[in-house]
Ligand binder design. Structure first.
Ligand code: SF4
Length: 449
């Protein structure tokens, strides 16, 4: 490695979209001759990939940049590249004035320009001219066995609480050929599972369709077509996808998922609230009955489905009755997993203009009730799997015990099982589930799958 190479560190906040972007940044920096470091204090360059979806995530990112600023003041030459959803929401000059450690920022809509910006700001970087554009178009994954592939950027749904459309911009779908080529490249580099990513993935391709607002076009025809083609073209690869807007998931797509062995039966279907009045105020475009009908169809077609959801507690106007409707929805649907959030006002959203007068203590108490209920349901759902044999892909040693391995099924069941000498990361194995836990399942190795 030439002496002039610099060290970099990437800190990622937020969702899989950000993880996919960070992987891409890492790939580009590797190719440009930078070397990865284990900590910001040993680095010349720190990419901070921010999330603003909730106030807490934004605060964490800002305070992290503050930490790097302190490292710089203590004599280090470290610089920050500011990336992610915070970028379009702040004035670049102002944030640089507040944190002089920031070298430049990159808008999530423009990640394709990352290489050029690095070259512009971090010259001289050795050997960079050797890198072809073709190579750097690809992301590198955290685990080469499981890769994230963005199929689109942006969101045009405009849920009233959400800042993502402002941060990520309008939809921009990638062409089928580009997606297919990237998947091929990932497979050639070891991937055995691919997660297709989009903020509102069922809107894939709607930006090519007509001039109507995307949120008014119901359905997911082009996404279904893409899923169909990819699952046929790569029959031995596990195909997963995130995230589906409940109002757009078509019965025909559920039929497709049911009919293909290599498409994940994990369906993340955010509902956000169980109350019709709140759903309307959130501009979700459907009511709870629509959701129940969809869930009923899914359960009939895919009996081994793993449904998960997101719920926001304490949205403006959520009274006790409305909150009870969310609890009722959890009891009726019996999700495997629910991601719960306390409502926090995001600036410039439509909900920011709504009166948010529920005391924080009450919001927290409701959140705890919701979590307690879902924990019971998750445990029950996990208990139903005891005795079943699942195929999982091994991801590595279990966090809490070196003697155990951890793996994940096509449908996102996380299984901890006894370590076996001849099994290594990336292998597919069959395990028998012997015990349920809150977050994981405990299994026993059966054989290679
Ligand atoms: S679908 Fe709604 S919640 Fe999801 S990113 Fe788009 S606006 Fe935000």
């Amino acid at each position: 490695m030439p002496e002039t190479c610099k060290k970099y560190f990437i800190k990622t906040f937020g969702c899989q979209m950000n993880i996919a972007d960070s992987n891409r940044f890492a790939r580009i920096l590797d190719e440009l001759g930078f070397t990865r470091s284990d900590s910001p204090s040993e680095s010349d360059l720190v990419v901070v990939n921010t999330c603003v979806v909730r106030a807490k995530a934004e605060d964490k990112a800002i305070s992290y940049i503050g930490e790097i600023e302190r490292i710089r003041k203590s004599g280090s030459k470290v610089s920050v590249i500011l990336a992610g959803c915070l970028v379009p929401l702040v004035n670049e000059n102002e944030i640089k004035r507040r944190f002089p450690v920031i070298l430049f920022s990159i808008n999530p809509e423009n990640v394709d320009t990352f290489r050029d910006l690095v070259l512009e700001h971090c010259k001289p970087v050795p050997d960079c001219e050797k890198i072809s554009d073709d190579v750097i178009q690809k992301d590198s994954g955290k685990s080469s066995f499981h890769a994230f592939v963005n199929i689109m950027r942006g969101c045009e749904q405009h849920c009233t609480y959400c800042i993502v459309p402002k941060a990520r911009g309008n939809n921009a779908s990638r062409k089928y050929e580009d997606i297919r080529d990237e998947i091929k490249w990932r497979i050639d580099n070891g991937a055995k599972a691919i997660t297709l990513l989009g903020q509102s993935i069922l809107d894939y391709g709607k930006d090519w369709q007509d001039k109507k607002p995307i949120s008014s076009i119901k359905g997911d025809d082009l996404f279904r077509d893409l899923l169909d083609r990819i699952s046929i073209e790569f029959p031995d690869i596990w195909i997963k996808f995130l995230t589906s807007h409940s109002k757009d998931l078509l019965f025909e797509t559920i039929d497709l998922i049911a009919s293909r062995d290599n498409i994940s039966k994990f369906i993340h279907l955010p509902i956000q609230s169980g109350d019709d009045g709140i759903l309307k105020k959130m501009n979700r475009g459907h009511n709870r009955d629509d959701y129940f009908k969809l869930v009923e169809y899914i359960n009939n077609k895919i009996p081994d489905v793993r449904l998960s959801s997101d719920i926001i507690v304490g949205f403006p106007g959520e009274n006790l009755d409305a909150f009870e409707q969310s609890l009722d929805l959890l009891r009726r649907v019996r999700f495997f997993k629910v991601f719960t959030f306390l409502y926090s006002t995001r600036p410039s959203t439509a909900a920011a203009r709504m009166k948010d007068d529920l005391p924080i203590e009450e919001k927290r108490a409701r959140l705890n009730r919701l979590i307690d209920l879902q924990n019971l349901i998750t445990l029950e759902r996990h208990k139903e799997l005891v005795g079943e044999k699942l195929i999982i892909m091994v991801e590595g040693p279990a966090l809490k015990s070196e003697e155990m391995l951890m793996g994940r099924s096509l449908s996102e069941d996380i299984v901890i099982f006894n370590s076996v000498d001849f099994v290594s990361t990336g292998d597919f194995v069959r395990v028998k589930i012997i015990e349920e836990r809150q977050r994981t399942l405990i299994g026993e190795f059966v054989d290679r799958a």
